[in-house]
Ligand binder design. Structure first.
Ligand SMILES: CCCCC/C=C/C(=O)SCCNC(=O)CCNC(=O)[C@H](O)C(C)(C)COP(=O)(O)OP(=O)(O)OC[C@H]1O[C@@H](n2cnc3c(N)ncnc32)[C@H](O)[C@@H]1OP(=O)(O)O
Length: 400
């Protein structure tokens, strides 16, 4: 099986830019997915899988590059198992995007991958079928994301973290889906992009189980891969061209707090808290917070948060400039969305150009800081301090 005829473009957020250039030549075919069923794809739903592979070729509408990558990854996983090829070079953009998508599936069993492929194609078929009917300008849920719910309405693209049972802790898959969602949002018709969480938490930060899935290359390889993932993830926020809004519906921990310094508006429920317990975890700041936090709140307050792990209430975070405005939880959703809908009607180009003027002169610096923070964390993750903290969490001795 091969993806054919792809071409890439040079860019900072390379894996996502590569996705953008996956081809879609004819509206009646998906030539990027010249699929041939492998004999290795045996099992209970083999027939459904074969049928789904054929249906992909008949889709009436281009499913978009992120979905095509997802289909590719699931197909490879279903037919060959876990990613088993060497990682393509840094500038082999297309193959790296494909490799990343496949590799992100980790040890997902072949049967699950087959089932996920079938489900994904089924979702694509129904959205493709219904998209040929006349439809109101309604809220449209995007297919192809397992850990996020993405909708577009009123010129607002909403990216909702969707692992409420795990307090929206960010898995490797979730980081990758967020990067894909940001890339898609940067090019869609929306004026502003909003992040929020499903359930009682905004996010509990990095999913600590990310540290338990050790590849054959050992923990050094794990730390290296995680540092690359972290750097790529934060780069996407640094480069995001449209106004980015955080609707912080509840407590926020770790990286979900640090990247707020890269957002343009941060609205918080009065139930939200902001916690960066890096020292407790044997870790160090990321998300450019070593630079943005002292700049936003002054060095003294930034140190309290980033070194001593002081948890801020929403009111304190507002007083220190990290939060734009705090709303009572009872009216939070109504007030925030009314406000955002009004903002989303402002002239799009003017808003985007203003964002560029405000942010562009610092981009280079932010990328350098991000690279340095990621490099330092790569070392930290191998430290006894960090490993003990993660083990403590899983043995339930420690909780924030
Ligand atoms: C690759 C890029 C790396 C980027 C570097 C990022 C760094 C960070 O983000 S550091 C911050 C890491 N986060 C944490 O240390 C938070 C750990 N979680 C907690 O302390 C608590 O779960 C809590 C305070 C967030 C919530 O406590 P509570 O209300 O008592 O709820 P539970 O602990 O019962 O949580 C329910 C369920 O969710 C699981 N879970 C929650 N957060 C995480 C997490 N960050 N990682 C993994 N799992 C998490 C928790 O284990 C429970 O699971 P079950 O027991 O299976 O129900």
């Amino acid at each position: 099986m091969a993806l054919v005829g792809v071409s890439g473009r040079r860019a900072g957020c390379y894996c996502l830019r590569a996705v953008r250039s996956l081809p879609f030549c004819s509206p009646l075919q998906v030539p990027a997915l010249q699929l041939h069923i492998s004999k290795t794809a045996m099992g209970a739903c083999q027939k459904d899988f074969e049928s789904a592979v054929n249906q992909v070729k008949l889709l009436k509408k281009d499913p978009g590059n992120e979905v095509k990558l997802k289909l590719y990854a699931l197909y490879k996983q279903a037919t060959e198992g876990a990613c088993n090829t060497p990682k393509p070079g840094l500038f082999d953009l297309i193959n790296k995007a494909k490799w990343d998508a496949w590799n992100a599936l980790g040890n997902l069993p072949k049967e699950t991958a087959r089932q996920n492929y079938v489900d994904l194609v089924s979702g694509l078929r129904s959205s493709s079928d219904s998209s040929s009917q006349v439809k109101p300008e309604a809220d449209k849920k995007r297919a192809g994301y397992d850990t996020l719910v993405i909708t577009s309405e009123d010129c607002i693209t909403k990216i909702m973290l969707n692992r409420p049972a795990k307090k929206n802790a960010l898995t490797t898959q979730m980081y990758r889906e967020i990067m894909l969602a940001l890339e898609a949002a940067s090019k869609d018709d929306s004026t502003i992009t909003v992040f929020t969480g499903n359930g009682d938490y905004y996010s509990s930060g990095n999913d600590l189980t990310n540290f338990t899935d050790i590849p054959p290359g050992g923990i050094e390889e794990k730390a290296k891969n995680s540092a690359i993932l972290l750097r790529d993830f934060v780069d996407c926020f640094i480069d995001f061209p449209k106004p980015l809004v955080a609707v912080v519906n509840g407590p926020a921990v770790g990286i979900s707090v640090t990247i707020l310094g890269l957002f343009d508006l941060v609205y918080a429920s009065d139930r939200a808290t902001f916690h960066t317990p890096f020292s407790h975890l044997g870790q160090t700041p990321e998300g450019c917070s070593s630079y943005t936090f002292p700049k936003i709140m002054g060095p003294a307050k930034a140190v309290e948060m980033l070194i001593f792990g002081k948890k801020l209430t929403a009111g304190e975070a507002y007083a220190q400039g990290l939060v734009t405005e705090v709303f009572p939880d009872s009216t939070f959703q109504k007030e925030v969305w009314t406000r955002l809908k009004a903002y989303s009607k402002l002239p799009q180009n003017a808003m985007h150009i203003s964002k560029q003027i405000i942010r562009n002169h610092e981009k280079e610096k932010l990328h350098a800081i991000n690279a340095e923070e990621s490099r330092i964390l790569q070392e930290r993750w191998l430290s006894d301090e960090c490993m003990n903290a993660v083990m403590d969490f899983f043995s339930r001795k420690a909780k924030l």
